[in-house]
Design a protein around this ligand. Sequence first.
Ligand SMILES: Cc1ncc(C[n+]2csc(CCOP(=O)(O)OP(=O)(O)O)c2C)c(N)n1
Ligand SMILES: [Mg+2]
Length: 899
Amino acid sequence: MIIDGFVHQLPDIDPGETQEWLDSLDAVVGAQGKPRARFLMSKLLERARELQVGTPATVSTPYVNTIPPEEEPFFPGDEDLERRIRAFIRWNAAVMVVKANKAADGIGGHLATFASSAALYEVGFNHFFRGKVDGQAGDHVYFQGHAAPGIYARAFLEGRLTAEQLDHFRREVGGNGLSSYPHPRLMPDFWEYPTVSMGLGPLCSIYQARFNKYLHNRKLEDTSESRVWAFLGDGECDEPESLGSISLAAREALDNLIWVVNCNLQRLDGPVRGNGKIIQELEAVFRGAGWNVIKVVWGGKWDELLLRDVDGVLLNRMNETLDGEFQRYAVEDGGYAREHFFGPDPRLQKMVEHLSDEDIRNLPRGGHDYRKLYAAYKAATEQTGAPTVILAKTVKGWTLGPDVEGRNATHQIKKMTTDQLRTLRERLHLQDEVPEEALADGKEPPYISLSDDSEAKRYLLQRRQALDGFLPSRTLPIRRPIDLPDDKAFAEVLAGSGKQAASTTTAFTRLLRNLCRDKKFGPRVVPIIPDEARTFGMDALFKDFGIYASQGQRYEPVDHDLLLSYKESQSGQILEEGITEAGSMASFIAAGTSYATQGVPMVPFFTFYSMFGFQRVGDLIWQATDARTRGFLLGATAGRTTLLGEGLQHQDGHSLLLASANPGVEAYDPAFAYEVATIVRDGLHRMWGEAGEDVIYYLTLYNENQPMPAMPEGVEDGVIEGLYRWETAPEGTKHPATILFSGTANLAARAARDELAEHWGVGAELFSATSYKRLREQALSTERWNRLHADESPRSPRVTELLAGDGPIVAVSDFMKAVPDQIGRWLPTDRRFTPLGTDGLGRSDTREALRRHFEVDAPHVVVAVLSALAADGTVKASVVADAIARYDLDPEAADPRLP
Ligand SMILES: Cc1ncc(C[n+]2csc(CCOP(=O)(O)OP(=O)(O)O)c2C)c(N)n1
Ligand SMILES: [Mg+2]
């Protein structure tokens, strides 16, 4: 590995002096060994930094705490009381999980995660996390999902939750339950952010911190006092989403962001890095990315040993011991550590001579030492210009006793025997609070509650008062109400494009521009694009509204002399995210939950390549629904045949199907500009009008140009409800039929209608099907109502009523057949239904060739209608064969669904 090659290219103005320095180093290594040389080098680097010499930053430091004991600040809390409170919370969290598990047959919960991180949270709750008071957003905290029991246990002590609620942990169906993990959808006044799909919480926290700066820089809200805290697991750091955006946090100088990684060295199955050291690995990654890294490896009792480590042997042992071995030390007794950790070197043995085996076993890790943590948190909150990560070493299952602590199975342990509870009680010194008789066989283990006049309760409440109220807490009242846009903003798009051809993408871009220009509403719009603006023709917005750039634009752009130049600005409105759909979704969530988390409604429009939406970041969209996000997702370049040249990995024919699975998403496949405008207007009213619904709208947008008709009279409800008659059947035809179209398939449907009338005597009426999902859900509701109201006259689903009539029904879209199939069950039984669609992997060719290949062009629609009429006995089978011949269709062509 050549990493120092650059040195040979630097000018050496005094080779003699250089040699002297090198010789000195050689001499130190030769005479005093490498540890001494390392020490001297570290000292030199430290001095160089003090002198601002400008040496490159080192990415790793020895396996010790970043903050030395002499620099630890005074700890302002009441240590004894805080320890007692922590013990109560630990106990209650464990009892809650054990009870839930027993009462409801293994319903479960997690004991070990919170047991390892109790001090990490408690130091935050008692000294740092700011609540929401007087309309201030305070701090945003992303709690590690599996630590939820501890957060409930604290809320119980604070009086925010009742014992009955704790008894309903993971039993939500009857109401009054506590969700398994942080879910704002289920507990909207409590949890602020969902976190339990590993990696998404950390990612979202970065973009939340960035969004806070965006609000500030755009002068929409003063967020200077808000910090974002994210707690994550060391195993969780393996998710690409966890670390994938950390360089953005450094680049954006997010000093309002603090991550705390609970390094208990374990994940679910076993060690995170048995053969390595996760803390060291993460340190290098974060330092390399430009973060401020604070390691909290050892508890205070180690300081004394380190002081005596004159030869650096202890440090050496710390550096060389693998995580797999550290885990073993957590499980074995002190004698084992004495023999194996301290044993091999007589100097180390001597260092712990004065300690009993029990003392050795209890030499704590840094993440259980509130003083060390306090020092780290304080330093993090004082950091400027960079985000901070605190790497805190803990033991998984700490205090839960030898059967749980550090065991490989610890993550999934949710049961404790009475004996194990007794051990926990003793370990936490809770004999007074939990008397022996309370643990008698057959009894439910009790929660510890605090009376209002107890010292602990007063302390607890006083600390939270001083820090502006309870956490977690999600919803702030709306402080800056939003004015919905003027109808003017929609008028241009509703009017259509006359004879000029335009695409729904262009129409949407116009609409977005008009919305941004709306005087009152405009500033609340957050256009989000992951490096695809030019593809969608949205680069036209750059100049008008500016691309958000926290540093402004420090260069003259290459296209400065063009009308539509690349304009970056500190007050820029557009979030041009670069190539990260995941990051863009995280921005979407931050903006779309701002109504609750900041009390400042913001309206995100995230436009992406439709193929890289639901299938690429589907879990983040699920997360957005959980977070009660409001906003618009636009799947541009939609369709498996409309996006002609791009081929298999670009052509989306199934995002609508994926969207159909998300209960918080309305999914639309509009054909015309006026449909786009009508749907967006409806969405805005549902989200930010009186109803204030927590819903996401997904719209497909196509890039095929066609003259866009003006909005016909009376179709608004139909556009929104998912289906309306677009054109009646031509007069003077013999056989009725109905064709449903969506998106660009309107062209094939319309051509087929003409062809059917002209050559085959069939009169087909046309319906625009803007949302099969909406139709299906309405039908499901009706069906359910009928099932549960057997003695009342049954209701008819909307889709059934709208499609009452004669003859077959053919549906065509640029998506899979399963999309229109969603309504199949509710069509009038006497009408044969044939969905046409683009099932199969995409490929590159002209639109014409692709539509023939996928059997969604006008001739295939004609043949589908005739074939259904033949099956009904309305026309002869030979008519279908005639049509196949007339349009030169190949009956033996390979099925496009096959590879
Ligand atoms: C995306 C995703 N994959 C898998 C899981 C299942 N899971 C839950 S916790 C866990 C282990 C977590 O280990 P770590 O991050 O180290 O947290 P700890 O409990 O040790 O603090 C796993 C695999 C999940 N919740 N999310
Ligand atoms: Mg872990």
